[in-house]
Write a protein that binds this ligand. Sequence first.
Ligand code: THG
Length: 378
Amino acid sequence: MELVVGPRTKTTPFTERAVAAGMTKAMVYNHTVLPIGTDDPAAEYRALTEAAAIWDVGCERQVQIAGPDAHRLITYLCARDLRDLPVGVARYAPMCDHDGRLINDPMALRLEEATFWLSIADSDVLLWTRAVAGEGAFDVEVTEPDVWPLAIQGPLGEDVVAAALGDWVRGIGFFRFVRHVHDGIPLVVCRSGWSGQGGFELFLTDGTKGEQLWDLLWEAGEPFGLRVGAPTQPERIESFLLSFGGDTDPETDPDEAGIGRFVSLGDCDGDVPGHDFIGKEALLARRASGTQRRLVGLVVDGEPPAPLRSPQTVRSRDGSPVGTLRALTRSPRFGANLGLALLSPPWFEPGIELRVNLDDADRTATTTSLPFDLSRST
Ligand code: THG
């Protein structure tokens, strides 16, 4: 069966270049095409971890909130306290519904005093934000602007971006950004990206300039071994960056998802008392209940497994279900099979031997804390 892209699924200003550079696999994310792989995943992984990779992540859509109540609204929408967010700074800011369920885990960027972007994962935050703004009579405009992130990731990513835009980019700190127009291409240049390898995201603010931007980076990157790539499952699992909607199910809260430290509930960094946000009461009650699951690492025995097509039940050694395996990869860094599993208490404690059925065979899987550190684990 062929997946057909029609008017309701956007392509990005970079799609054609990404295909021409070798992307052969794609998925749909935020109603937008996300190229996810070439025919040589090993070379993609090597470029990302040893050189540099260019990713079409135009699917990371922006929800722009602008107007007199913009700051108050974004502070109410996000479980992380954004009241002291300066202009030019981004913050990883999980969002919950009123029952404390995680509904997205965007980066929040403050572009101007009263203009913000939520750079979203795969769920309809535009609708949610408009509903909350309307019901609460917030004086804001909520839009999806003409903005398209392009990521350059990897240890030589900074060299590539510096060669393209100038050495000044080396001075940009992590999760900091600068507005810049290069040769008529308007950008927000941010040190961020969905890998543990470092790099930049260039938010293009004029979709007609996509191929010009791609070509500029492609030429600048040639001496550094730049390759086309995509958000990379083995690397993001090794570094543990959450994949919302993949690692989580519709009931998962931020504590369960392993991102509780980015929620301002009184015991996390940066909390200022008085921060009210959607889901706060529910999250406090969930924390007190003792019923929360936890996303943990699983080290799975045996040969490199086939890709996981759907979540698999994880069982105790006597066969009772204890949770769900949500992601699985062969890790080049650790030379092991790594899984991410949402497990019930007390099975998420490190060092517990469990079982999971893959390709019709039972395998042993041992729990470990995240991020993976196999020198420390059992
Ligand atoms: N970039 C942009 N938009 C995005 C993503 C991105 N939208 C979707 C998705 N990724 C959102 N999820 C994440 C998850 C983790 C991080 C960023 C976005 C991340 N986390 C760091 C960590 O966990 O160590 C740093 C967090 C912090 O210190 O605040 O980078 O990648 N534009």
